[in-house]
Design a binder for this molecule. Structure first.
Ligand SMILES: [Zn+2]
Length: 165
């Protein structure tokens, strides 16, 4: 694995969207940052299975334009807006058959730490699902365990989403 900070950087290139996706996940885990998709457009030409996206604009979860979403587990709105300007703009360079990071700002205006990262609701759920998956339990067993933990019904769809992520 190449140095993440050399790859997730301005001018960083990727042969496929899958490559970007897996590396950016490692990047998030390593930098304890959470990103949301602000805008994205899929490709529809012969690159749709490799590059997949014409562009994808990721912003920090604490970005000013981020719309708070309903927290499905607690049914209240998360207000995490600090106006953070960290962003990553990934663009398809079809002539070179690559995806390129053409805008990158990794300066966050809020604390980032392993402790805070683990507290994000999406990461708590994902971590639990990953831990369970490591023990080779089926998605049904995952659902049962999570439902017992939260005393709420966990939809099968949500579990599959977590396990795939
Ligand atoms: Zn931020």
């Amino acid at each position: 694995m190449a140095d993440l900070n050399a790859v997730i950087a301005l001018g960083g290139t990727f042969q496929t969207y899958q490559e970007f996706e897996s590396i950016v996940q490692l990047y998030k885990d390593e930098t304890y940052t959470v990103w949301s998709v602000k805008r994205a457009q899929k490709l529809k030409d012969q690159y749709k299975d490799t590059l997949e996206y014409k562009f994808k604009h990721l912003v920090c979860k604490h970005h000013a334009g981020y719309e708070p979403v309903m927290d499905t587990e607690r049914h209240h709105k998360r207000t995490s807006n600090t106006g953070c300007l960290a962003e990553l703009y990934l663009s398809a360079e079809r002539a070179q058959n690559k995806l390129i990071i053409c805008t990158f700002n990794d300066t966050h205006n809020h604390p980032v730490s392993a402790e805070l990262y683990a507290q994000y609701p999406e990461n708590r759920r994902l971590t639990e699902a990953r831990d369970l998956r490591a023990n080779f339990v089926s998605s049904v067993a995952v659902a049962r365990t999570l439902a017992q933990k939260s005393n709420k019904v966990v939809r099968r769809k949500d579990i599959n989403k977590s396990v795939q992520a």
